[in-house]
Design a protein around this ligand. Sequence first.
Ligand SMILES: Nc1nc2c(c(=O)[nH]1)N[C@H]1C(S)=C(S)[C@@H](COP(=O)(O)O)O[C@H]1N2
Ligand SMILES: [Mo]
Length: 412
Amino acid sequence: MDSNRSGRRRFLQQGAALVGLAAGGVRPASGQTPVPEAHPKDIKELIAYGDRSRFVTSIRVPTAGRTSPDAFGLTFHVLTPLQDSVGIITPSSLHYVGTHRGSYVPDIDPREHRFMIHGMVDRPLTFTVEELKRLPYVSRIHFLECIGNRANPTHKTVQETHGMTSCAEWTGVPLSLLLKEAGVQNAASWIVAEGAEEVKGASSIPLAKAMDDCLVCYGQNGEAVRPQQGFPLRLIVPGFEGIYQTKYLRRIKVVDRYYMTYNDYGHIQPDPKVTALTVQIGPKSVITFPSGGQQLPGRGFYEITGLAWSGGGAVRKVEVSTDGGRSWKDAEIRGTAYRMAHTRFGFHWNWDGKECVLQSRCTDELGTVQPTRAQVAKFFNLPLDKLRVPGADNTVQPWRVDSDGSVHNALS
Ligand SMILES: Nc1nc2c(c(=O)[nH]1)N[C@H]1C(S)=C(S)[C@@H](COP(=O)(O)O)O[C@H]1N2
Ligand SMILES: [Mo]
């Protein structure tokens, strides 16, 4: 904290220098398109549904090495441009899309859609979307993250290393309310949630979690859930990995055991140590500025900023290291640290123009600390060199700033 206070003092002293720096600007990272021509859309269209400025060109990109849609017209994971993110909400148009195993985006007429709760309940229930909307609802800010969101040495930008996580305000009916209405039988212990598309997104979820904080959502960031996020209904399972967040939700079966489904193929690991470290996302953070592919114009003051999140609840603390992990100092939480939500942090930094490595690590409300790759390698008894983290990868991401101001993935 002390260092941050003196950092702020220096910040004020350097006011004049800052004005000069701003003119230098920061080169945009990859994933940016050239500025399109003026008035690409009819003015009536823009009045009906607004667009961003044509000078703002940040876009999603497919997972490195893939194209989306692919040769078969199928969508693959596309990544959020975290390097351009501000605050904690991901605009719906930039939310990552985790359409796994190559499903088409279903085109569902909400008037035709039905959602059913059945299995070990006293009163099986079927809802239309309109009927669900008549029930009491809540809005909560939660992140989603795909288990495939693991940094590797070939990734250049933060979009490539961490772009399979996004955060939105989700609106819907608490699943507990619906389950209580259906009357869950005593012997029940799991639910299976199923989506409506051809390769069904089905997952087994503990009943305790279903009764705790899951939401059957029809709203995303103040409007209907987007088709790529599961229109007209999607399940939000706060803090659990992406595969549990069933899109196009059409059925929840209450059962008395874990059901193996298509989702489990290649997903559940035989090693209990690995499996224990999946399901609930561990504490994780990443610096979004400065990050790989960006260019600092010169030495002087910068505000290091990034995102932290955890499936274990709220982020309690974020620390930043500017010397390759030798020393760590507390960053400031910007805004509110919501439970199971992206949390923005900031850290005053004066760059002396020498090569250095920037890292962040977070601690959640359970007191769990984000590990380094070296710690994970030791835990699994694997060589650190070319480590592919088993299960969920929540390791510390190092960015190397070269003396010319260029920023690189320090894993490469
Ligand atoms: N119905 C359905 N739900 C699904 C999937 C799917 O393919 N079908 N993919 C899952 C996976 S693997 C992830 S990571 C998240 C991604 O959610 P998003 O596309 O809204 O970001 O949705 C999950 N829910
Ligand atoms: Mo995923």
